[in-house]
Design a protein around this ligand. Structure first.
Ligand code: AMP
Ligand code: MG
Length: 300
């Protein structure tokens, strides 16, 4: 699968119209993708162990999408085998009053992953150029000085976001961003299912249904931000999301491609460290148990 086809080129404001939400690349069905996804997940786990052992870089994954676009399910599946000890997951909801008393990047900066860790942002500071742009009354809640609020605020925010992401990348955080591209019709089907399936009723939100009226405004906001903030160091990927199995596989493959380019290796000890290791080893005394590596087999 040519994953680079889904990467948004810097400045491309037509990235969404280049991809059909129902696209499945060269894969025909869920069965064809399933085995491949499992292999991808295993590979991912192994690479992330090395990322952690090396303790130099962090990986930040940003997930955005319309309601019911399937990003939460994708996070759950793709990350299913990853060690929770070095995974930092954050959901970004409506900001609290404390958060609104700070710049819009503040709460995200506090949640960034440490070196060796993988950070997952389920929504992010990008909400501040999406939902806040669609609903200008939310901007009024942000307590900004009035002279700083005007039509240029969105371009200024794009600039601030690019600067933050460049700063992070210069300090060892590798960033990949995923936009879950679902069609309006498929979203309708998924919302209907939440009404009609008893054990999915809890997911139902009247707000999600009402927000469909603003579909075109959301799409316009996303079109603009994808072009303005997809950069070499922090690219966006458009993830066709009408088929959940395809979206999950594509996300897993983009993450693996990223990790494979990172030249991850378990740290190698220097001669001095090896001598130190041998000295410390002697403190433990001789081993009484047979080797756990299976090299010593009982004779019989
Ligand atoms: P959900 O992801 O369905 O749990 O919903 C979280 C809600 O929080 C979404 O409707 C987001 O648009 C909203 N949200 C996230 N960040 C912000 C923000 N900075 N300002 C206003 N609403 C936000
Ligand atoms: Mg929701």
């Amino acid at each position: 699968m040519n994953i680079d086809r889904y990467r948004v080129r810097p400045g491309d404001r037509r990235a969404l119209s280049r991809h059909h939400p129902g696209d499945t690349s060269t894969l025909r069905d869920k069965d064809a993708a399933q085995e491949r996804l499992l292999r991808s997940i295993t590979h991912l786990e192994e690479r992330l162990e090395l990322l952690n052992a090396q303790n130099e870089r962090a990986l930040l994954l940003v997930f955005q999408g319309m309601d019911a676009s399937g990003k939460d399910g994708a996070i759950k599946h793709v990350m299913s085998g990853v060690n929770p000890l070095f995974t930092e997951v954050h959901m970004f909801k409506q900001p609290s009053s404390e958060e609104m008393d700070h710049s819009f990047l503040w709460r995200a900066v506090k949640a960034l992953p440490a070196r060796g860790n993988i950070g997952i942002f389920d929504r992010s500071y990008y909400e501040d150029v999406v939902v806040v742009r669609v609903h200008p009354e939310l901007l009024n809640l942000q307590q900004l000085p009035p002279d700083l609020v005007g039509p240029r605020i969105w371009n200024e925010r794009f600039e601030d976001i690019r600067s933050l992401e460049r700063h992070l990348s210069r300090n060892g955080t590798v960033i990949r961003k995923f936009f879950f591209h679902v069609s309006k019709e498929e979203q309708r089907e998924r919302l209907l299912e939440r009404f009609e399936t008893a054990d999915k009723n809890w997911k139902f939100s009247a707000r999600d249904v009402r927000e469909r009226q603003n579909w075109a405004k959301y799409a316009a906001a996303y079109r603009e931000l994808l072009g303005a903030t997809s950069t070499k160091e922090a690219p966006w990927y458009v993830i066709p999301a009408d088929h959940k199995w395809f979206a999950r596989l594509l996300v897993a493959e983009v993450i693996n491609d990223t990790l494979d380019r990172m030249d991850l290796k378990a740290p190698v000890l220097s001669q001095v460290e090896k001598r130190h290791l041998a000295t410390v080893r002697r403190l433990l005394g001789p081993s009484s148990a047979p080797s756990r590596r299976g090299s010593v087999k009982p004779r019989g």
